[in-house]
Design a protein around this ligand. Sequence first.
Ligand SMILES: Nc1ncnc2c1ncn2[C@@H]1O[C@H](COP(=O)(O)OP(=O)(O)OP(=O)(O)O)[C@@H](O)[C@H]1O
Ligand SMILES: [Mg+2]
Length: 284
Amino acid sequence: MENNIIEVKNVTFEYSGGESPKTVIKDFSIAFQRGSFTVILGRNGSGKSTLAKLLNGLYKPTVGDVFVDSINTKDEATEIEIKRRVGMVFQNPDNQLLASIVEEDVAFGPENLGFEPNEIRNRVDNALKAVDMYDYRQKSPHHLSGGQKQRVAIAGIIAMEPECIVLDEPTAMLDPRGRNEIIKTIEKLNKEKGITIILITHFMEEAQNADRIIVMDDGVIAADDKPAKIFKNAKMLKSVGLDVPQTTELLIELNNNGFNIDTNAISIEEAAEKISEALHSEGI
Ligand SMILES: Nc1ncnc2c1ncn2[C@@H]1O[C@H](COP(=O)(O)OP(=O)(O)OP(=O)(O)O)[C@@H](O)[C@H]1O
Ligand SMILES: [Mg+2]
């Protein structure tokens, strides 16, 4: 237990609002180790966002339990204890930034937690430095790029010093540069601050440095493995409506044609590197 920041135990979740109840998470069990970096993949409607909301108590299981640091999310009295341990970042940075000045926005979280002004000042400065946005602290969020806004949103979460951050497609609305900024920031927070990361994404290449990938399909776990293993499993990926990354496909195809190339490369840069290594070793 101590080694896991979140444990999901036999959770079923049902949306009951509509005409007929809809079960979207089905007898789901998983544990997230402290300090780990997990990516969750899955086609539209597979239940990723619903799972994310179960992880920090925004939704309560219909059946089963979610424990954050051994605290049951069903326990109403501990809502704030859960929110400060597990922060959430969503798709649209514009919906997450409320203040007219960057540093005021980042201060919302620690203010709500009731810290002293000095402590708030320290937390805001540290959080903005952690996402490389300290120089923008006096600016209005409206003048920032999408990637910068999303980094400010992440700073707002970090200022609460969470143990874990769940990010639900944080790069979906960003251009490639913004996406890259966010992924680098997330990787740094995981490596340097030891924050547990749970990243939901549709971009395979964002998963390449994760410790683990979970593939969801129709409310259950279709696969749970290291990125290299997941990306090579074309059959499984196809069966859940996902594609093998094109770079992996190219490397596998080259190997079918007699090359001997390491296929553990998802970014174009890495794939190019592996191909040139293989060519050099053959004296080409
Ligand atoms: N508030 C809701 N009420 C009823 N059904 C819902 C609600 N939110 C989501 N659903 C349904 O639950 C299922 C899972 O939705 P969810 O948003 O968790 O999937 P997702 O994997 O995040 O999808 P996407 O990749 O499109 O973000 C879908 O069939 C969706 O239509
Ligand atoms: Mg979603």
